[in-house]
Design a protein around this ligand. Structure first.
Ligand code: SAH
Length: 403
């Protein structure tokens, strides 16, 4: 029996197949000509080009703009347990290769959705717990077997579910945060990063609890902290601030965030690492706080700007760019001569080139000369997959600012 006869078949319109032959996993409704058998949410489908060539196997969701998420490009690779097991093991193997038995093995992203061939699933490891996040109502149908595989591979003490805002509207996915298996995570859990201890709150913390994507960038940041008066804007639980403060020569760090609960954890983290004396925390809106610092003519030698995603949609891009320019302009104005600015954007809609333009525009507005020393991205446990460049989202530029 051929796969075409046992699985619903999605046939594409003419000239729509190229991205999917190129292994892009998101198939929107406008690419689809016909679908046989009216499949349910989560059904495995076979995708064919208009002229009947096999393209791949995917999971169907009639409620999502992404009608089919593709996972397999080989006709014989059915989307069943052995397939998920291979994908999950491959993802875990990569982190093992990257981190060995080092501390990051217990503080990293184990599965990064499209980048690990598992569109719609993110898994972080935090100490002996896993945090799972689903962004696909189709893939979640495989939750039971995927959790079994994770349990067998990693023996976590517990698996906690976090949900993403807006996912019900996007995917028809109606789930809420909670324990999926094992024990509830202590609050906080503790992880080690770059020789520092951090408390992570899986239950109430932002996103999945900790921003592992900046791990290596924080290390690079700390490399500039010797002798520096430092400003950490959007500090969350204090990770950049602490990485800088740990440098023996670092003078002082001022850290700002608008989340009171994040700042509570940040203060706890500073105490835990005996760095409280070097760090002040401010509960404020970043733009307001920067304006005040500029007005007071405060000066810093090292600044990190790590704001939340400012462009959630393509439509929001020009507003977001204005926000980034304003924030960067103020940071540049706060610089001592030849200070170092690490500036970040985690908006996928803002390209690398867009962000270079942001820096250029802010430099003009601040009347400064800016040298971009390094253009960095996300940590390697958040790989960018070449077939889906939307997985490249983080831009972290290190700049020297002079007058
Ligand atoms: N630098 C952090 C991650 C920052 S995430 C780290 O490496 O862990 C973005 C942070 O910006 C969050 O902590 C969020 O609470 C904060 N935030 C969001 N909007 C803000 C605003 N208007 N002013 C200040 N902080 C803001």
């Amino acid at each position: 029996m051929t796969s075409e006869s046992t699985y619903p078949v999605v046939t594409l319109k003419p000239k729509k197949a190229l991205p999917f032959f190129s292994r892009h996993p998101w198939m929107y409704a406008n690419a689809i000509k016909t679908i046989t058998n009216s499949p349910d949410v989560g059904a495995e489908v076979v995708v064919l080009s208009n002229d009947g060539k096999f393209i791949g196997r995917g999971l169907y969701n009639p409620q999502s703009k992404i009608r089919v998420r593709l996972y397999s490009w080989e006709e014989e690779q059915l989307l069943e347990r052995p397939f998920w097991e291979r994908r999950i093991k491959a993802a875990i193997d990569l982190r093992r290769k990257l981190f060995g038995d080092g501390p990051a093995w217990k503080a990293c992203r184990l599965i990064f959705s499209e980048s690990d061939g598992l569109s719609g699933l993110t898994v972080d490891r935090v100490d002996d717990w896993l945090v799972v996040q689903w962004t696909s109502a189709a893939l979640i149908k495989h939750q039971a077997e995927i959790l079994e595989i994770l349990q067998a591979e990693l023996s976590p003490k517990g698996i906690w579910l976090r949900t993403e805002k807006g996912i019900k509207e996007l995917e028809g996915l109606d789930v809420s945060d909670g324990l999926l298996s094992g024990e509830r995570p202590p609050r906080p859990l503790f992880i080690e990063e770059n020789g520092l201890q951090f408390g992570v709150d899986l239950v109430e913390g932002q996103k999945t609890g900790f921003y592992f994507d900046q791990r290596e960038n924080r290390k690079a940041f700390a490399g500039y902290a010797d002798g520096a008066n430092v400003l950490d804007v959007c500090c969350y639980t204090g990770s950049f601030a602490l990485n800088a403060a740990k440098q023996p020569g670092c003078q002082h760090v001022h850290a700002i965030d608008s989340s009171a609960s994040a700042l509570e954890l940040a203060k706890g983290n500073a105490e835990l690492n005996e760095l409280s004396a070097k760090i002040t925390f401010q509960h404020a809106d970043a733009f307001d706080a920067l304006e005040e610092l500029v007005a007071e003519k405060k000066r810093f030698d090292l600044i990190i700007l790590d704001p939340p995603k400012m462009a959630r949609t393509r439509g929001g891009l020009s507003r977001a760019i204005k926000g980034y320019v304003r924030m960067n302009r103020m940071a540049m104005e706060l610089m001592n001569p030849n200070g170092i600015l690490m500036t970040c954007s985690c908006s996928g809609h803002v390209t690398h080139e867009d962000f270079e333009q942001v820096v250029a525009r802010a430099a003009l507005d601040a009347n400064k000369t800016v040298q971009i020393l390094e253009e960095r991205g996300q940590a390697p446990d958040h790989p960018v997959i070449s077939s889906c460049l939307e997985t490249s989202y983080l831009k972290t530029f290190i700049c020297r600012v002079s007058s």
